[in-house]
Design a protein around this ligand. Sequence first.
Ligand code: UDP
Ligand code: MG
Length: 314
Amino acid sequence: MPVLYLVLPCYNEEEVLPETAKRLKARLAELIESGRCDKGSRIMFVDDGSKDRTWEIITELFSNNECFCGIKLAHNRGHQYALLAGLMTAANYCDCCISMDADLQDDIDVLDDFMDEYAKGCDVVYGVRKKRTTDTAFKRITAQGFYRFMKLLGVDVVYNHADYRLMSRRALEALAEYKEYNLFLRGIVPLIGFKSSCVYYERHERFAGESKYPLKKMLSFAINGISSFSVKPIHLISNLGIIISALSIFGMLYALISKLTGFAASGWTAIVASIWLIGGIQLFCLGIIGEYIGKIYSEAKARPKYTIEEFLKK
Ligand code: UDP
Ligand code: MG
């Protein structure tokens, strides 16, 4: 029977953790009962440098029941790194692991399906949302636009899949070989290969507490995802440059002809406007190039992605 680890990154989740732990414990017991996973399976909480009582709650859970284990990161590194810390630690003990959010927005009833797909020989199983009814219209539109845009840029992402996913031990070991600092797990996992499949589920509302992913974090996550996986924006710049240069040749010809035929340019408005326009475009392009240089900078430093302060496991 496979040893399953459920990995849940938590940041300031004191309001949801006790309930999450209770429900997951019951679910895990059912999974063990039905012969889908081993008794040595665990629920692993990764405290992403929370400022509230999250770590105290995890410690308490751990001391009361051996099915829980906990990792405390030394400081807040963000969801992707916290998740990676959990996955890489779990890889030492498990046959497969499933990552999910601590707020139980991901439907835990489909855990059976994940395990069944794993039993059929899949190394990666993606949890895919059926509908986005619990999202606000804004989140729905921006999220779906994001997935489409990624596809357009040639990045292989699974549509409507976030980080609710099963990975086998060998998939985790393959993931460990991806040394990049700018982490966008849902882009990397499809690159690993291996046999994969999908499990469909409804996403619920967060049952307590509020989202730790405000618009600002969501935007930077999206930009990071795009620039970590695609160099097409760079090509776009070159193409834009070519088009503008071509247009400016026509502009010059036009100016020359009007001068020769006696119709000298009369207003400075057009000139000023075009200076602003070109200036803006140049800045925009420089900004995009800067994004990539910034990445080279952080990749070149190859800093550790996370620091584990404490690790609780029986
Ligand atoms: N999270 C984290 N570190 C952060 C922000 C979030 O570990 O800096 C965790 C959070 O505790 C939750 C998961 O990432 O388990 C998803 O976050 P959230 O539910 O706030 O995002 P949303 O579902 O609103 O997109
Ligand atoms: Mg959530």
